[in-house]
Design a protein. Structure first.
Length: 209
């Protein structure tokens, strides 16, 4: 029997993950059956179960993959000296992640933001998924904390605020932007970048007392 190439195996795994992502984004985790995933991916049960044991493993793989992409994007910036400013950094990383998922749609709209919201909802009842998410977001927060510290060391950010607070705030901006995409429809990441840039330009009023 001819050996199956690694490229073929990777492509098949990608096909399954993308099919599952669309199903979860469309109907939610609990309303999606493995039969729905098989139909969306256009594969047999044997082909899918060769890679994943069920929905739990599928959603864990999807979440882990996305968090790894986000983490690597920010880690790349953290290796710069100094890192790009927050408005450029957050918008560029989000844009890169969204671009990898742009082929996934539900009713003509991007599926990825809807999938993100579905995952957040599922973590409220699924402790294993919540653990994956906490660990992934924890890694991103640690990287952002180092980035904020680098801004402070370079003198481009005020030093009287904890770098971890900055990290949590920038993550909140990115997460909120994705939630808006899911609720209100696609919006260019330039909107987020420009909005952050405007907020960064605010100056405290001089003390006139």
């Amino acid at each position: 029997m001819a050996r199956v190439s690694q490229a073929h195996l990777d492509a098949r795994r990608r096909q399954i993950l993308d099919g599952a992502a669309v199903c979860f984004a469309r109907n939610g985790f609990h309303a999606t059956s493995m039969q729905d995933v098989l139909k969306e991916a256009d594969l047999s049960a044997g082909a899918v179960y060769r890679y994943f044991s069920g929905k739990e493993e599928l959603i864990g793989a999807i979440v882990g993959e996305v968090l790894a992409q986000v983490h690597e994007g920010f880690e790349e910036a953290a290796r710069s000296s100094p890192p790009p400013p927050p408005d450029v950094l957050v918008a560029s990383v989000l844009s890169r992640v969204l671009a990898t998922k742009e082929s996934l749609t539900v009713d003509g709209r991007p599926a990825f933001p809807r999938l993100v919201v579905q995952v957040w909802t599922e973590t409220l009842r699924n402790e294993e998924l919540a653990t994956v998410l906490r660990e992934g977001y924890g890694a991103v927060r640690e990287t952002w904390t180092r980035i904020a510290g680098a801004y402070q060391d370079a003198g481009t950010m005020r030093s009287d605020v904890s770098p971890e607070y900055v990290a949590r705030t920038m993550m909140a901006a990115a997460m909120g932007f994705l939630a808006q995409q899911a609720l209100f429809g696609p919006t260019p990441t330039e909107v987020l970048g420009d909005g952050l840039r405007a907020l960064m330009s605010v100056r405290e009023e001089a003390d006139t007392r």
